[in-house]
Design a protein around this ligand. Structure first.
Ligand SMILES: Cc1cc2nc3c(=O)[nH]c(=O)nc-3n(C[C@H](O)[C@H](O)[C@H](O)COP(=O)(O)O)c2cc1C
Length: 358
């Protein structure tokens, strides 16, 4: 199967990098509707809506993911719409219903991204318990089991440590069973992915580290008799020359909003670093890495269209199925990526497949 392309909906204000460099990227419904329509006309397969309730990494204003997803479902025709959801702030029965509703509005184009949380202030702010790192994953796994059961079984009964469901129905069933994506890189995250998720989303990283992660999670899935797909985040800067593209990255970092990056840094210590093994997302991120809040510079999608397409082919070779993109200027960059980079990737993929077939 060909590589698939996703983009982050800018459903929070401030763009995709924590920088005061001007970003032509809006966060409103009208902006997001326009971006979704541009994306589906230009070769993108998925849009991902992040879940955020309080400001962090800038992001002063946030539109709620599921509510916006249902509006995008009604204003698009082809895109698959991935709604991020935080177990702990929602009940899985309520979310199963909401995602099933979005699936009906979109005629079978709803997916979900289960995020297990790193932003303690949101939980404190809403007065909900903040669990230990690995307990959050145990809760997420139960959450996913309940979702799947509700979407596929006539009635669901579930007796877990976090959720109890008693002969609950769910009608209508989704038209297509929504794909379950999952973020998180710690040991607990990887093991959960191997057991229950359809797609494992990774923060940006070097090819070498991504390859290690992919091979690990793939073997965990195989030991459970399952198949899993892989998505990776990458911040895209395409310019006519490599120097120009690299200069844009330098300017983004030079104008970084230092206070916001440091505030974000102090919150992400509750992610991978807080796991028993001390590894996982952001555990090794530098200041520059954190300016793109999902380590998107590390993936190396910065250069000419040709260089970026080559890099994407390298990602494919190590087992990436979905490239999750973010941009500086959504209005122009989404379209340019679809016009300049995706066709090159398709050419290179065809060549690669030819080589593999011979
Ligand atoms: C592609 C991707 C998207 C994510 N989206 C969100 C999000 O919308 N909201 C959120 O709070 N966390 C989000 N996360 C964070 C993760 O769910 C998780 O909290 C984080 O990866 C820490 O994982 P770890 O402690 O297992 O390493 C995302 C992670 C990835 C890789």
């Amino acid at each position: 199967m060909g590589l698939q392309f996703a983009y982050w909906a800018p459903n929070v204000s401030g763009g995709l990098v924590i920088s005061n460099l001007p970003q032509k990227t809006g966060w409103s419904f009208e902006d997001n509707k326009r971006y979704a329509q541009i994306a589906e006309e230009n070769g993108f397969d998925y849009v991902l809506l992040q879940t955020r309730f309080f400001a962090s990494y800038g992001a002063e204003k946030q539109l709620e993911a599921a509510a916006l997803a249902s509006a995008l479902a009604a204003s698009t025709k082809k895109l698959n719409i991935i709604t991020a959801v935080l177990p702990g702030l929602w009940h899985p029965g309520v979310i199963a219903k909401i995602i099933s509703t979005i699936d009906h509005i979109s005629n079978g184009r709803a997916s979900i991204n289960i995020v297990s949380g790193w932003f303690k202030n949101e939980f404190i702010g809403y007065g909900e318990p903040w669990l230990d790192h690995d307990e959050r994953y145990r809760r997420s796994e139960e959450f996913i089991q309940v979702l799947r059961d509700l979407w596929t079984k006539e009635t669901t009964t579930f007796k877990g440590d976090f959720y109890r469901i008693n002969e609950a129905p769910l009608k209508p069933k989704p038209i297509n069973i929504p794909k379950i994506f999952q973020g998180g890189n710690s040991k607990a995250a990887r093991e959960m992915a191997g057991r229950v998720s359809d797609v494992y989303f990774m923060n940006g990283n070097s090819l070498e580290n991504l390859k290690k992660q992919i091979n690990h999670v793939k073997s965990l899935a195989e030991s459970n008799g399952r198949n899993i797909q892989f998505g990776v985040n990458g911040f895209v800067i395409v310019r006519d020359t490599e120097e120009e593209a690299k200069q844009v990255l330098k300017d983004i970092v030079l104008h970084a909003d230092k206070e916001a990056v440091e505030g974000f840094e102090s919150q992400v210590k509750f992610a991978g670093k807080a796991s028993p093994e001390g590894e996982g997302m952001w555990a090794e991120s530098t200041f520059e890495d954190l300016v793109q809040y999902n380590d998107g510079f590390k993936t190396g999608l910065i250069g000419t269209a040709e260089q970026v397409a080559d890099r994407i082919i390298e990602l494919k070779k190590i087992g990436v199925d979905i490239v999750l993109t973010g941009f500086l200027h959504y209005d122009e960059d989404l379209k340019a990526f679809g016009e300049k980079v995706i066709p090159l990737v398709r050419e290179k993929e065809a060549k690669l497949e030819g080589i593999l077939a011979n």
